[in-house]
Write a protein that binds this ligand. Structure first.
Ligand code: ADP
Ligand code: 5GP
Length: 246
């Protein structure tokens, strides 16, 4: 594939759709893969734009026919990326962004280890709840049960951050957009020798700072806020596990 495959995952409501659409306004040559789902459209969503909306029967037929690059069940619905999205991006030589959950990302990484993966985090659970609620209000449907379902899944999803090459904390939108843009430009530079001229050094620095290995300082307060690590920065052990108890 001439283009680069970007995988972007995040707990629902972290802002990944917002980030991707902002970056696509700034950079050309980057397509967004429209997934298939069995969930109902939300708010102003249109079939073929945010998702291809379909039935469980049709989705299961597509699974059986091998039409998906990856698929997973998320919040009680099927979601999947059609192989066709990737084939089209390859034909056009475009970069492709997959906005997929942690299960789908693991499937894609197994078959395409060269994919660039990015995990987006909200700064803390309170902000995540506010964003989920604001989005529901804007869409004219506040479903508290669905909102809490998504919130309660967030910590479990965040535990997978180690599988991702880059980490973005989406606190201030402009900064997170600039970071995502820098990651795309840096990867283009590394893979295609694409010149990024005079801004290049700054862009490469911003992207490098987002690599998972360089993100601990930004990451730890978020992991703490979600109860994934203790305040010492150590991974919390389940209560019945004693490290000295062999
Ligand atoms: P996701 O695609 O991760 O589920 P969205 O992109 O739909 O999340 O964002 C969820 C809500 O949060 C939207 O209402 C969006 O406008 C808002 N949002 C996204 N990023 C930020 C940010 N950095 N600051 C404030 N609000 C944000
Ligand atoms: P939402 O219902 O909020 O649009 O999406 C819910 C979750 O499904 C998000 O984590 C999103 O990344 C994930 N998702 C969307 N499309 C796909 C897909 O094609 N495959 C997988 N595995 N997950 C997806």
């Amino acid at each position: 594939m001439a283009g680069i495959l970007f995988i972007i995952s995040a707990p629902s409501g972290s802002g990944k759709s917002t980030l991707v659409s902002e970056v696509r306004k700034q950079l050309s040559g980057i397509e967004f893969s429209v997934s298939w789902t069995t969930r109902a459209p939300r708010g102003s969503e249109q079939d073929g734009r945010e998702y291809h909306f379909t039935t469980r029967e049709e989705f299961e037929r597509m699974i059986a026919a091998g039409e998906f690059l990856e698929h997973a069940e998320v919040f009680g619905n099927y979601y999947g990326t059609a192989r066709q999205s990737l084939d089209e991006a390859r034909r056009e030589g475009h970069d492709l962004v997959l906005d997929i959950d942690v299960q789908g990302a693991a499937q894609v990484r197994r078959t395409m280890p060269e994919a660039v993966s990015i995990f987006v985090l909200p700064p803390n659970p309170k902000v995540l709840r506010t964003r989920l609620r604001n989005r529901s209000r804007a869409e004219g449907v506040v479903n508290e049960a669905e909102l809490y379902r998504r919130l309660s899944e967030a910590s479990r999803e965040i535990e997978n951050y180690r599988e991702y090459g880059y980490i973005l904390v989406n606190d201030i939108l402009d900064r997170a957009v600039a970071q995502l843009e820098a990651i795309v430009q840096a990867e283009r530079f590394y893979r295609n020798d694409e010149p990024i001229a005079y801004r290049s050094r700054r862009v490469l620095e911003v992207a490098a700072a987002c690599r998972q290995s360089n993100s601990l300082e930004r990451l730890n307060p978020v992991l703490e806020a979600f109860g994934i690590i203790g305040s010492s920065g150590q991974q919390d052990l389940p209560f019945d596990e004693d490290p000295d108890d062999d």
